[in-house]
Design a protein around this ligand. Structure first.
Ligand SMILES: NC(=O)c1ccc[n+]([C@@H]2O[C@H](COP(=O)([O-])OP(=O)(O)OC[C@H]3O[C@@H](n4cnc5c(N)ncnc54)[C@H](OP(=O)(O)O)[C@@H]3O)[C@@H](O)[C@H]2O)c1
Length: 250
């Protein structure tokens, strides 16, 4: 088992009820952290808590929160009742769509969750992090290089890369801010992407694009998130870290 040095730390994970966020919660719990997972769906939240408790035998808390809503973010973090040592901004949505088909509603849906949501939750967390801490934002390979058929998603993740660097400057030396950029990872988000493509492409088609010959697993991204957040990783801030099977090395 890995030791990330997070025993007893308070860790907040938006999008901690599914996919990459859920896998990250599992690793932090195994490390002995107090973990608070945020998401909108009560059902998804309580199911995630049950799963995590069975897997790790540790106490984990579901906190309802829509990150697009400022009051929700403030209420959620006030409810934790203590300082926050680690914030992972993993809540996100994906939509495949060429620009000619985009509506303003589509734009708002992606930007409100991926960009405004990250800003609002981070803003709400700051008063609880002045003692020091670590923020890990989840962007994407799509924030580093262009991807086909999803310009708005790419723009939202590019914004997270820029935001990470700007916040790293503003909040040094107390708070480290870094950004992890996964490529395709097998999560409910990716399964929906495949469904929405109506057979346009398959998991095997996706895998063909990767130097490592496959897409990622949520726990592989979670391991990097925990390592980046770890207090042992004390000299890294403003970094943008691809975890993508070599995709952006091409
Ligand atoms: N999977 C990939 O291939 C991939 C690749 C690159 C980057 N990423 C990024 O990695 C992050 C996690 O993705 P994933 O694949 O793990 O997705 P996922 O399995 O669909 O999980 C998304 C999580 O975000 C939460 N969420 C969505 N909108 C929210 C909102 N408005 N307020 C609060 N929580 C919200 C969801 O819970 P509720 O719906 O209950 O709110 C869920 O817990 C995202 O930022 C995504 O863009 C994923």
């Amino acid at each position: 088992m890995m030791n990330y040095g997070c025993k007893g730390l308070n860790v907040v994970i938006s999008g901690g009820t599914s996919g990459i966020g859920l896998a990250t919660a599992e690793k932090f719990l195994a490390d002995g952290a107090n973990v608070f997972i945020l998401g909108r769906s009560f059902l998804r939240g309580t199911m995630a808590v049950q799963k995590l408790q069975v897997l790790t035998g540790s106490k984990v808390f579901y906190v309802p929160c829509d990150v697009t809503n400022k009051e929700d973010c403030q209420k959620a973090l006030a409810g934790i009742g203590g300082m926050i040592d680690v914030l992972v901004n993993a809540a996100g949505v994906y939509q495949e769509q060429r620009l000619e088909n985009m509506t303003e509603e589509d734009f708002s849906n992606i930007f409100d969750t991926n960009v405004k949501g990250t800003l609002l939750l981070t803003q709400a967390a700051l008063p609880y992090m002045y003692g020091g801490g670590s923020i890990v934002n989840i962007a994407s390979d799509a924030g580093i290089s262009g991807n086909y058929g999803c310009p708005v998603y790419c723009a939202s993740k590019g914004a997270i890369v820029a935001l990470t660097k700007a916040l790293a400057l503003d909040y040094a030396p107390n708070i480290r801010v870094n950004c992890v950029c996964p490529a395709d990872v097998d999560t409910p988000l990716l399964r929906k992407q495949l469904e929405d493509s109506n057979g346009g492409y398959t998991l095997d088609d996706m895998a063909d694009a990767y130097p490592l010959g496959r897409i990622g697993r949520a726990e592989e991204i979670a391991h990097v998130i925990c390592s980046v957040a770890s207090p042992m990783n004390s000299f890294m801030t403003g970094a943008v870290i691809p975890v993508d099977g070599g995709l952006t090395a091409k």
